[in-house]
Write a protein that binds this ligand. Structure first.
Ligand SMILES: NC(=O)C1=CN([C@@H]2O[C@H](COP(=O)(O)OP(=O)(O)OC[C@H]3O[C@@H](n4cnc5c(N)ncnc54)[C@H](O)[C@@H]3O)[C@@H](O)[C@H]2O)C=CC1
Ligand SMILES: O=C(O)C(=O)Cc1ccc(O)cc1
Length: 368
């Protein structure tokens, strides 16, 4: 498609959306704007956008599509600014915020002026921020939730999907309320729990100095999302307050139930608690990209000697296979240790297995 796309907020998400649009609509012109001049400078330097607008008014005036990819509280401020801008009559405005009810409510000011707004949320990301982390295929196979109002026509929704087709995401339409409830469960609340687990470990670490060392493996993995942007998550929590307060109540009741079972040494009850969780978790789709990105782990049994990590990474680099994380899981007293390598895609992991088989005789196991 030809036309002008204006991306407001050139961070991880805005940058990735800009790259994916350019990958399919090469004739389009992508204009960017960010309050942070350094992000704007980097966005041009990295070829994420074609041009930078000096103000929102300037970038918005000729745009066919405006994507707001700023923090959720800022998104509301930007919507208010856009309602006072001179815009093309046919412009479509969308956002990428992790919450929808408040943003869509706020966007009524656009509707009153006859401007089309379609709430959006690409459900993939990372704990990294900033344009340098942006990737063309960040949203590949991820769900992209849209929350259009009833008055929005099918052709406008189709037009937005066409603009965003380079994301290779799977579009789903739901109501803003449903959106906030579901993402509350699968994304927002888990971030709160992850942060609370880290707090618990930190408090104890003052008296138990072994804690940081022993937390380096599994604990570090399950609390990875606690390393996400604190300001982003503060804003999300504040916008989804009602849902999260309800979920916290439910969680506390659940913990009370577990506490009672443990107090009474209800062995069958505790077993069933874990079994039921295992059953549901084991059946969750593996290939779908959920709200919290999966990492494709590979475990390699390696001889425990210095330099083994660089040996393996050397082979992977030779085959141009990128990894997202690499660590020794346990260095046992015996000859073998376990090297855990994480990849961003299943395909990269498959290639890594073939590569390691080709260059070494080390055994590999897939992490489930
Ligand atoms: N990080 C993630 O994994 C995901 C984030 N989101 C949502 O996407 C939005 C953007 O998040 P990220 O890209 O991760 O954050 P980021 O921190 O990487 O980028 C946000 C950018 O917006 C800019 N900004 C802030 N206020 C602005 C304003 N008034 N005008 C113009 N630019 C402004 C910042 O300077 C920053 O460069 C947020 O609403 C977030 O909730 C959605 C899906 C995934
Ligand atoms: O890795 C993480 O921190 C994530 O959970 C990614 C993420 C963050 C925010 C979203 O609205 C959707 C996905």
């Amino acid at each position: 498609m030809r036309g002008k796309v204006f991306v407001i907020g050139l961070g991880l998400i805005g940058g990735s959306l800009a790259l994916s649009i350019k990958s399919t609509h090469r004739e389009s012109v992508i204009i960017g704007y960010d309050v942070n001049k350094e992000q704007s400078r980097l966005a041009v330097m990295l070829g994420v956008v074609d041009e930078i607008a000096l103000t929102i008014e300037e970038g918005a005036s000729e745009a066919d599509l405006i994507l707001i990819a700023a923090p959720v509280q800022e998104t509301e401020r930007i919507i208010h600014m856009l309602k006072d801008c001179k815009l093309k009559e046919t412009v479509i405005i969308s956002d990428a915020g992790s919450t929808k009810k408040e943003i869509v409510g706020c966007a009524k000011v656009l509707k009153e002026k006859g401007i089309t707004f379609i709430g959006g949320h690409p459900m993939a990301g990372s704990h990294k921020s900033g344009v340098t982390a942006a990737k063309t295929l960040l949203f590949e196979n991820a769900f992209y939730l849209l929350t259009p109002d009833k008055h929005i026509s099918d052709s406008e929704i189709a037009m937005l999907k066409e603009w965003l087709s380079g994301t290779k995401a799977k579009f789903l339409t739901i109501s803003p309320e449903e959106h906030d409830y579901i993402t509350g469960i699968v994304s927002h609340f888990p971030h709160m729990v992850a942060a609370s687990l880290v707090h618990q470990a930190e408090k104890t670490s003052h008296t138990q100095t072994l804690i940081p060392r022993l937390a380096a493996g599994g604990f570090r993995d399950i609390t990875r999302i606690a390393s996400s942007s604190p300001s982003m998550w503060r804003d999300i929590l504040l916008q989804n307050k009602e849902v999260l307060l309800d979920l916290m109540e439910e969680w506390q009741e659940e913990m009370e139930k577990v506490k009672k079972m443990l107090n009474k040494e209800n062995s069958a009850g505790i077993f069933e608690y874990f079994s039921q969780a295992k059953r549901f978790r084991d059946e969750l789709p593996r290939k779908e990209k959920g709200a919290i990105p999966a990492f494709y782990d590979l475990f390699v049994d390696v001889p425990d000697y210095p330099g083994v990590i660089s040996e393996i990474t050397g082979y992977l680099a030779k085959e141009e296979i990128s990894i997202t994380n690499i660590r020794i899981l346990e260095t046992r007293e015996e000859i073998y240790g376990v090297l855990a390598i994480s990849f961003q895609t299943e395909e990269d992991r498959e290639r890594a297995i073939n590569c390691i088989e080709q260059y070494t005789s080390y055994e590999t196991t897939i992490g489930l």
